[in-house]
Design a protein around this ligand. Structure first.
Ligand SMILES: Nc1nc2c(ncn2[C@@H]2O[C@H](COP(=O)(O)OP(=O)(O)OP(=O)(O)O)[C@@H](O)[C@H]2O)c(=O)[nH]1
Ligand SMILES: [Mg+2]
Length: 194
């Protein structure tokens, strides 16, 4: 079995870093020198995609795809979404409006998936830079605001993208959700007969 997993989230949230942390092969990235406002945050930014591989067993592997965070490259989100079965959404907890950031990406995903189901886990990064603020704001937001591409509110984890074990734990949870979706695919609802 081989599944594609897409890492999405804002510039600098840690997508490329996370894929580098867990990939069993050298990551193919498309990082270029940042020239616009991104340069104030970091020196390099993904302009097309990252690709890595995580072997789960002799026969099973995950293809790890990283999307660009910048909205101007959002055409890549459509291309990558078509090739992936599950999502890891990163939110940078140290940004000024991280819940707004979460909402921005959930909305972008909904408008692209158009009702198609896709399991997702949410990873909150950079918590070490803003430890006094609880992660409940993300869970509350996702509970109140259903994601049309998931039947349940997605799990939310604190994760440091530089830490292999933490990223692996996040991806293991997503793999569990993917297996569940595979074994128990959502059945179309029967029409109600009056
Ligand atoms: N302090 C801190 N730094 C982190 C954490 N997770 C990742 N980083 C750092 O944050 C930066 C993330 O950079 P990238 O992985 O390139 O970010 P990206 O999401 O791929 O960004 P774009 O490709 O520009 O959209 C790196 O310098 C990481 O070392 C964290 O939890 N805490
Ligand atoms: Mg990147």
């Amino acid at each position: 079995m081989e599944w594609g997993v897409l890492f999405m989230g804002s510039v600098g949230s840690g997508k490329t870093c996370a894929i580098r942390s867990i990939s069993d092969i050298g990551v193919v990235d498309t990082d270029a020198i940042a020239t616009d406002e991104t340069a104030q945050l970091k020196s390099h930014t993904t302009v097309a995609m990252d690709v890595g591989v995580l072997h789960l067993s002799d026969h099973d592997k995950l293809r790890l795809c990283g999307a660009p965070g910048q909205d101007r490259f959002d055409f890549m989100w459509d291309i990558l979404l078509m090739q992936c079965r599950g999502l890891v959404l990163f939110v940078n907890h140290s940004n000024p409006d991280p819940v707004g950031e979460l909402e921005h990406y959930v909305k972008a995903l909904e408008s692209r998936l158009l009702g198609q189901k896709m399991p997702m886990v949410v990873g909150i990064t950079h918590v070490d830079l803003n430890p006094q603020v609880s992660l409940d704001c993300y869970r509350d937001h996702l509970r109140q605001r259903a994601c049309s591409f998931m039947d349940i509110a997605p799990p939310v984890f604190q994760v440091d993208a530089r830490e292999r074990d933490q990223v692996r734990a996040l991806v293991a949870t997503l793999t569990g959700l993917l297996e569940m979706t595979e074994r128990f695919p959502a059945k179309p609802r029967k029409a109600l007969v009056a």
